[in-house]
Design a protein around this ligand. Structure first.
Ligand SMILES: [Fe+2]
Length: 356
């Protein structure tokens, strides 16, 4: 459901739905179920019988919804709103990611709070509020699309961010294995109001990932695509020890202009404790699947061979010397086909492979 035209429709505008396959055993097979996440926005639109929010590409306010959301955020009780105060028009559709933590399913949307669902019936239980231990209600923060669970400690680590306050900031949030808040560290960003989609964790560190896709509020209120990708700006990795409680301990490391929407893996270098290795899906640039415009494109460089179109992602390896605050290796791990449409037409080899 969206009031915007198909031309302005973003692929993340739809309401989130969780699909679940339960494996019952060798003899009994499996069951399949799916359910919409019963978000506040879904229930609001169902009760009104119409679409009431704008989409991600065009954030022009629809005033009846705008004023209602604004009132709820400023005067509502804790938990009455599912996104921070600066998200005043978009719905939280809980459709970005899905994480399992402490026996609960979390459906996430990165500019709002996670929704908690019950297993196995996928009933929506409400907002994930860290077992009631979050101090400020849900008014100021959000929950990253891709929170991480430490497989050894069971801790859940996520980030939230704020694109409106000056300077823009992010928060590194750590919850215990049973879901209670352990700590949150508020970190000022080194550059603009960046869209922060993903991050990494290692045994000892959190790896923050800040690219130059920045919100421009004036464009947002004028109805233009609200983000700019700045080809002249740096990209940053921020390294924070997981044992630290202070933003002063973040080590910011400059990297080449690019965008890393997703972090595939990160680990402390077993041969050098001062280094971390990060694998990302690196893009030459991104316009957020239609949410942005190019800025300073004449400064674009191509340090890794063939230029990529926006939103084409390639596996990339970064080696970061933390103590020197420097990227010491940046390697594209494969070259994409020149024309993806041609690669689909490749003939299948008929002969059997030769095994040496
Ligand atoms: Fe994602």
């Amino acid at each position: 459901m969206s009031p915007v035209s198909m031309q302005d429709y973003h692929i993340f505008d739809g309401h989130g739905m969780i699909h679940a396959v339960h494996f019952l055993g060798d003899e009994e097979g499996a069951t399949y179920a799916r359910r919409y996440v019963r978000t506040q926005a879904l229930q609001f639109e169902e009760s009104e019988g119409q679409c009431l929010y704008t989409g991600m590409k065009k954030m022009l306010p629809q005033f009846p919804t705008f004023f209602r959301l604004l009132f709820e955020k400023y005067f509502g009780s804790s938990g009455s709103t599912d996104s921070p105060y600066w998200v005043i028009q978009n719905r939280n559709p809980a459709n970005n990611g899905c994480t399992v933590h402490a026996g609960r399913v979390l459906a996430t949307w990165e500019a709002g709070w996670a929704y908690e669902l019950r297993l196995p019936d996928l009933e929506t239980l409400g907002l994930f509020d860290y077992e009631g231990t979050w101090p400020d209600g849900a008014v100021t923060d959000n929950c990253s699309a891709h929170g991480k669970q430490d497989p050894e400690t069971g801790q859940f680590i996520t980030i939230s961010y704020n694109m409106i306050e000056l300077p823009p900031w992010l928060r590194v949030i750590t919850a215990s294995a049973d879901g209670a808040l352990e700590k949150s560290v508020k970190v000022p960003l080194p550059s603009g109001a960046a869209l922060l989609h993903d991050f990494g964790i290692t045994q000892r560190r959190v790896i923050l990932n800040v690219g130059p896709l920045n919100l421009v509020p004036l464009k947002m209120v004028s109805g233009a695509p609200p983000f700019d990708f700045d080809f002249s700006a740096k990209c940053y990795f921020g390294i924070l020890s997981r044992s630290s409680d202070s933003a002063d301990d973040v080590i910011w490391v400059e990297a080449e202009n690019c965008f890393n929407f997703h972090v595939l893996n990160a680990y402390d270098d077993p041969t050098d404790p001062g280094r971390v290795i990060v694998h990302t899906f690196r893009q030459d640039y991104t316009l957020g699947l239609g949410m942005g415009s190019k800025l300073n494109e004449e400064t674009r460089r191509s340090p890794h061979g063939r230029r990529l179109q926006g939103d084409t992602a390639v596996l990339h390896r970064w080696v970061i010397d933390v103590s020197a605050a420097k990227v010491v290796e940046s390697t594209r791990l494969h070259q994409p086909p020149a024309d993806p449409r041609r690669s689909k037409r490749r003939k299948v080899r008929r002969e059997s492979p030769t095994i040496p």
